[in-house]
Design a protein around this ligand. Sequence first.
Ligand code: ADP
Ligand code: MG
Length: 712
Amino acid sequence: MCDSADCCCESDYGHNAIPVPELFGTNVFNDRMMRERLPKDTYKALRKTINTGVALAPEVASVVANAMMTWAIERGASHYTHWFQPLTGATAEKHDSFISPTDDGGVIMEFSGKQLIQGEPDASSFPSGGLRVTFEARGYTAWDCTSPAFLKEDGAGDVTLCIPTAFCSYNGEALDKKTPLLRSMNAVSKHALRVLRAMGNTKSATVLSTVGAEQEYFLVEREFYQQRLDLMSCGRTLFGAPAPKGQELEDQYFGAIKDRVSAYMKDLDVELWKMGISSKTKHNEVAPAQFEMAPVFTTTNMATDHNQLVMETMQKVALRHDMVCLLHEKPYAGVNGSGKHNNWSLSTDDGINLLEPGQTPEDNAQFLIFISALLKAVDVHADIMRATCGSSGNDHRLGANEAPPAIISVFLGQELSDVLEKLAKGEKISKTDAQTLKIGVDSLPELPKDNTDRNRTSPFAFTGNKFEFRMVGSSQSIAGPNVALNTIAAEALDEIATRLEKAKDVNKEILAILTEVMKAHGRIVFNGNNYSEDWVKEAEKRGLPNVRNTVDALKAFVSPKAIKLFGKYNVLSKDELHSRYDIYVEQYAKHINIEAMTAIQMTRRQYVPAAIRFITELGASLAAAGKLGTVQKELLEQVSKHLDAAAKKVVKLEEEAQKAQAIDKVEKQAATFRDKVMPAAVSLRVDIDALEAILPVDLWPVPTYSEMLFKL
Ligand code: ADP
Ligand code: MG
């Protein structure tokens, strides 16, 4: 043991801890473990299923299941679960033990191939948007062997074997986030490979979309959290006068990490590493008490599973440190909210990043073709990209001068934009336009090699070898945005592949495609400041949509264009899209309703009584001071004014909420929550926050912004 008195060596990672390379992935039944534990033939068969998607033979599945169970039991597990991602945005698990009774009254531990491959959870309580009628309450979970099984340890020491699964209805309709994600990965893979083949690549066997999701979060003292009904039931503060200090000194971003937070981050790293999640970067973010963790990228599918685990683990570990992790997009007014940077690219199985400018001229022609495909895709389907980031929480962020606006545009960097623009105009490109890279088509220029010019305000930025989609909300599953990205990319690549396959002169056709894309879709490129008012006007002139709220944004999921797109690539059927749309609209309405109910309770049970107490004190003081009590009198007037207003506004909020609740058409209901209930709550906040600024500290019933943001 180490001698340090205050060392936390009971964790697996202290002074005398297990070295990280040994710790990493210990709770994952990963490739190394499969190779070690499975008979050679079984391993080969499973690998083939993972790589190519061919069905796994039942006898193979039962060998895999048995090896997995033995491994899990050795590490303390007694239960397994089919771990899935319903449309709530969270994850779901039902634990079954391995025990199976024997004739002599004992038990043996058993886990069959069938149990590994398929589960039948009673799914009637998960949102299905009408896809699963109640008499067919069963949902089916199916093993997704492209994401490895893992062990989850809880604080009580319980260990569970988690099998990542997709969740469908009896008819095979997707009831979850993973099914369309896997379908979209197939679609983009297929058409990206066609483009590669048409451009002469005969070596790469598959293309995979890759993602690295940077996760922002806040930490708050657990004691404060528990005293705030709004944090507990909505994940954000509905009230709160601004603290005297906010983020204006810019002293938090990348600042020295406090010991307490550092201990948390270390603990978090260990938990993530054990589950094979390659947590790589950690730092303080812009707002006080705000932080970020970024993992190393992996396949979109695993990145999505991992991000769900990251969010869950962040919250779990925080409690151990007497803190609460807030994943809401806007926990506090007046300081930055949290997002998730979804870094996305396409890679071949032989290690070529298709969005990376390469060494040879041929590589760079290929690079420009993939960039163009994305430009076209994002321009044509900007509305869908926007819709995937719609949530009541994210509405507070997008367009609020801290996150990208609700307008989708693409940042390419000046040099790359210039090259593409000149190409489109048929102008000659000089060496100074582009410094280092050669392109394989005679009339194509050299390309700038290192695109280090970063634009932090763009919603969709090219950052040298990947696109960074920055609109995604911090609490959201990244599945939706990536389903959209993969599918819109698949469509653009499909069209390009078809042209290249037919072309007599491929080089000429490449040039024609690049030119056409820039002419038709160049408007989506914007390299300036996306936070400025000028951009909002300019975007309007360019005809780019600016959809400012979730209720309107979500409509893009059920437009004829979306139905055609997702249908064509077998990602989501019309019914599946409609069910998703209904669920998301309903979720929006429910969230605003919870916020309204919370605001009403806090006002009636905490703020109004506090103001009355102060009035009573002031009244007594005024009686004692008599004519001299001018300050008391003035305060009495102020407090009474806000108290009166708050009392009226809370009644109004309640009425508006009741009216909205009574509407049965979900779309109209959500719009009413947006147009009537939200403004009523915002108006109520004005008076409560004004009271907070006047009332004595000891009479204020809840922790303040200063306490929550700075006392960590
Ligand atoms: P930042 O954007 O903060 O400057 P980095 O450029 O280092 O940070 O990368 C941020 C994230 O992008 C990381 O999660 C990283 O793994 C991920 N990333 C890097 N390359 C790729 C890629 N080819 N595909 C997907 N994600 C990637
Ligand atoms: Mg980033």
